[in-house]
Design a protein around this ligand. Sequence first.
Ligand code: MF3
Ligand code: CO
Ligand code: CO
Length: 289
Amino acid sequence: MTERNDPCWCGSGLKWKKCHYPAQPQDAKKLEHDYKKQYGILIKTPEQIEGIRSACKLAASILQETCKMAKAGITTNQLNDFAQQLHKKAGAIAAPLGYGEPPYPKSICTSLNDVICHGIPDDKPLVEGDIVNIDVTPILNGYYGDCSAMVEIGNVSEEKHRVVEVSKECLRRAIEILKPGLLLCDIGKVIEDYALQHGCSVVDQFVGHGVGVDFHEPPQVPHHYNTLKIPLVEGMTFTIEPMINAGVRDGIIDPVDQWTTRTADGKPSAQWEHTILITKTGHEILTLL
Ligand code: MF3
Ligand code: CO
Ligand code: CO
């Protein structure tokens, strides 16, 4: 934890309390400039926040509708096509489609059971006992919203139910503490503490991320123990998306499709994701309806 009397992170040579300390009256323009220069972080303007807010509302609504469709007998390709239609109806584009290298082939991610993330929709029907993460990221008027949730298909094993609940609670606890002045490393601390207490591991190979004007912006938001002493400031928008495993934390990327990432030991994994705005006094979850 940085103390008030420590040197400021910005390199000014001043004490933190005399410089970028959250309680200090700040020159907003200077802060914006410093965050971009020091960390590559884009502090959003009120106009950008409005755009991101709309994209996030749409993300939440597409996610909710698509989760309702997830039942035994439905294929993940059907979920993908349904979500794709909702993007189109809203005048939005699905950010995943064609993203990265090799280009991601579908509009959403559907990650089942031992898949940690980036599962690709296919023609296999969901079956009773599956757990599935659905992750949607629409681009609306140039702005991005990113969220994901788990669905349990019928009755699932105790182990699967546990990762679903633990990952949800990890996200809730991490969001609860967010406010200006909190350090980025405090997020991973809350998440990994809770996961370990409940016999689960935290994936360290993928992280949350700045989002809004681009799909993946700085900063990286680790869910595991880390030492990133970046203070949160008003106008930051980023995701928290803890991937929690029942067994080992390690994931293996499918060598053929180069996206699907499975747990190394084949045990279940679960993830929930929100896009968050840091406000003057705390935070706002943007991907809520
Ligand atoms: N939506 C994912 C995230 O939370 C990223 C998916 S990248 C894709 O960051 F290409 F696989 F879609
Ligand atoms: Co994300
Ligand atoms: Co996502």
